[in-house]
Ligand binder design. Sequence first.
Ligand code: NAP
Length: 251
Amino acid sequence: MILDQFKLDGKVAIVTGSNTGLGQGFCIALAEAGAKVLGVGRRDSEETLAKIGADKFSYMIADLGDVSCVNSIIQKAINTFGSVDILVNNAGIIRRDDSLNFGEKDWDEVMNVNLKTLFFLSQAAAKVMVERKKGGKIINVASMLSYQGGIRVPSYTSSKSAVKGLTMTLANEWAKYGINVNAIAPGYMVTNNTVNLRNDPDRNKAILERIPAGRWGTPDDIMGAGVFLASPASDYVNGFTMAVDGGWLAR
Ligand code: NAP
């Protein structure tokens, strides 16, 4: 039955940035679909734990700005839940400044979290998936700025455009192992990432006027796409960056 293909019973997922926002939404969605989920974040994920329960969710603290944490994350998932079948590279940061002034620190910190650790964590997860010969699902969180330039966000746009390209590269290399690598490009969502935009009346109005759905998205809006790309229902979907944007890119 088709709905059975969306079930994640017996699967183990890692979700980065699990304490809040879209990451918390991915954790809840994957757990509700049947997976055990290890959350990762630089702060505790107690709120997410309370929403899901300790039978299906555990978390660890790690600073994804430093790539040296990746093996300990994979090991923690194996020690806690027995395997790694799904990885959601959700954690990300944004820095805003005019490109004429943009500093090296704001460049490096964004690239490290959004791109470098995403790659090396994917690599570490894929090594386990290849060794176990059971395939796997990797979901990267991209952005509208994987498709568009944005304003005053040069490192963010660079990182998210690279995430879209890297998603295709990894899909090309790892499809033969039964590993699907895809990305979700959220539109404008109500999370900490967009506080400044939503607090700026002019930008808020301009953004809302352009969204065909007529509203900002919420973490609930990415849950269906997350479960789809994590489940056997998407076994023939590879290397694609799927917009969940209320129609923004269609304008
Ligand atoms: P958010 O609420 O700011 O969540 C970002 C998550 O990443 C938080 O859990 C954050 O932890 C974590 N994180 C950041 N740096 C980290 C580090 N060095 N180590 C460990 N964890 C770290 O924003 P969000 O909107 O849910 O963002 C989730 C993803 O969606 C990001 O990749 C973002 O770029 C992407 N996205 C968001 C939108 C949007 O409109 N909101 C649109 C397109 C793409 P802390 O809570 O400790 O900061």
